[in-house]
Design a protein around this ligand. Structure first.
Ligand code: TIU
Length: 231
């Protein structure tokens, strides 16, 4: 058990029952020419998440934690993409259109995959999800229960969309969620700030927030075999 400095209050994590969840760190969201940019967003806003998340991922791997990556995307025939999602708004390209990195947000395409810096390694779980939340139409919940997970470190993009949806879904299912404040990112600085504030407000209405440095320090100070401090 390690105690983490967090908002609104410290939280004890049982590392044997805690998973690191990395949401949608895909080229389509982070690189120019992908889905995020077709929606009119400044993808540069998300790049600042990459260095601290690399550090946290290294620390979690060293601690032997369960690690789950998610990817938002759809089948090539779009049969799992509701018309309400496909036709929404006026993006420069729609889901399934050819883009800079293959068909936008389609499974198997280069743009759909996770950025090189955070590429999953053997033994880590990869969950493909058609929605914003990681539980809907996936085996995410089964992976967590099969591994005895009760607490989540939630990271990835974007703070107010897939991170919030997944955290809210997890909270309702009884998981304790710590959203790692510098390891989540939004295209909108104000949504980043308010999105984090919403989680920890009202006594932590659906989770906690904590800085990656505090989590890495606690992991390094734990007596777990094999743990090394992240550089
Ligand atoms: N557009 C946006 O902010 N997010 C998404 O569409 N998906 C995720 O958050 N992964």
């Amino acid at each position: 058990m390690v105690s983490i400095t967090a908002q609104p209050a410290p939280i004890d994590l049982d590392l044997d029952h805690t998973a690191l969840v990395i949401i949608d760190m895909q080229r389509d969201f982070l690189l120019p020419g992908g889905f995020g940019e077709t929606l009119g967003n400044d993808v540069g806003q998300l790049q600042k998440v990459v260095p601290p998340l690399m550090e946290l991922l290294a620390a979690a791997r060293a601690a032997g934690m369960v690690i789950v990556h998610t990817r938002e995307g759809h089948l090539p025939d779009l049969s799992d993409c509701p018309p309400a999602k496909l036709h929404r708004g006026a993006p420069s390209k729609r889901i399934g259109d050819p883009g800079a990195f293959g068909r936008i947000l389609i499974r198997g395409e280069y743009g759909h995959d996770i950025i090189d810096e955070l590429a999953p390694i053997e033994g880590e779980h990869v969950v493909d999800k058609p929605g914003k939340g990681a539980f809907y139409a996936t085996d995410f919940g089964k992976i967590l229960s099969d591994n005895g997970i009760t607490q989540l470190l939630v990271t990835g993009v974007t703070t107010e969309v897939c991170v919030h949806t997944t955290t809210r879904e997890a909270n309702d299912r009884g998981y304790e969620c710590v959203v790692v404040s510098d390891c989540v990112g939004s295209y909108f600085p104000e949504f980043q700030r308010v999105g984090l504030d919403m989680i920890a407000a009202q006594g932590g209405i659906f989770g906690w927030t904590a800085a990656s440095t505090d989590i890495i320090a606690a992991l390094a100070a734990s007596e777990r075999p094999g743990i090394v401090a992240a550089s």
